[in-house]
Design a binder for this molecule. Structure first.
Ligand SMILES: [Zn+2]
Ligand SMILES: [Zn+2]
Length: 230
């Protein structure tokens, strides 16, 4: 049975005010449910609290190409969110300099695919990177070092869809370049640099390659009016 209690409460100035409290004989199941529904678990330490006292991860994406963000995650503190999402050492998230979205550094469905490139010391997601290199081509520094020597590894470029339709639709064509890389990409990079010097803008499409080690790549180029020889 529910009961009503009357009492006086002393105020700081010494006066009294009457107050009324209610005691419920049964649990208020609806209220309990609302409270329970709003309780979430910290993904890092497992503590369970009301959402009001937790930090939400907000919008983040599994891959740069996802249009729908992942489910938000909850953490008991900013520190636990940072440790879990940005500093764990595997499948961490980064903020893309291009689109400002929070994206997983590796594709959770294909663990070995890194989903960003570093441009001007900042991470940029592959979606923004693709748009950038298709528009401008890759920089000469991807192929030659500061001394003008060919880079020994493949730097930049990416996996396009099979047959490289994305660069082809953007006006690129396949160029004649050594496509099989084994430990040393110098010949390929020298060739790419020569194309750039002849007024081409170029991008590298990966066939199957363990980055910088062994595999196949395709050099694609688009003739521009910039360059030493036209
Ligand atoms: Zn926690
Ligand atoms: Zn981006």
């Amino acid at each position: 049975m529910n009961t009503i209690h009357h009492a006086d409460q002393l105020k700081l100035d010494g006066s009294c005010i009457p107050i009324t409290t209610y005691k419920f004989s049964k649990p208020i199941t609806e209220m309990r449910k609302i409270i329970e529904d709003n309780r979430v678990e910290c993904e890092h330490c497992g503590i369970i609290r009301h959402k009001r006292r937790m930090v939400s991860s907000g919008e983040h994406y599994a891959t740069p190409w996802d249009k729908i963000p992942e489910e938000p995650r909850w953490y008991c503190s900013q520190e636990h969110m940072d440790e879990s999402m940005f500093e764990s050492g595997s499948f961490d998230y980064f903020i893309c300099e291009g689109c400002c979205r929070i994206i997983c550094e590796q594709n959770p469905k294909q663990g070995h695919h890194v989903q960003y490139r570093v441009v001007d010391s900042e991470p940029i997601c592959l979606s923004c990177y693709e748009e950038m290199i298709l528009r401008d081509g890759q920089p000469l520094s991807d192929f030659l070092d500061d001394d003008g020597k060919p880079q020994p590894k493949i730097i930049g470029g990416m996996f396009f869809s099979t047959g490289n339709p994305e660069p082809k639709e953007a006006g690129y064509e396949e160029l004649d370049a050594p496509s099989f890389i084994r430990f040393d990409a110098s010949r390929f990079n020298k060739c790419a640099a020569e194309y750039i010097e002849q007024g081409w803008q170029v991008v590298v499409g990966y066939g199957s390659i363990g980055m910088g080690l062994e595999g196949t790549v395709t050099l694609l180029g688009k003739k521009t009016h910039i360059g030493n020889v036209l």
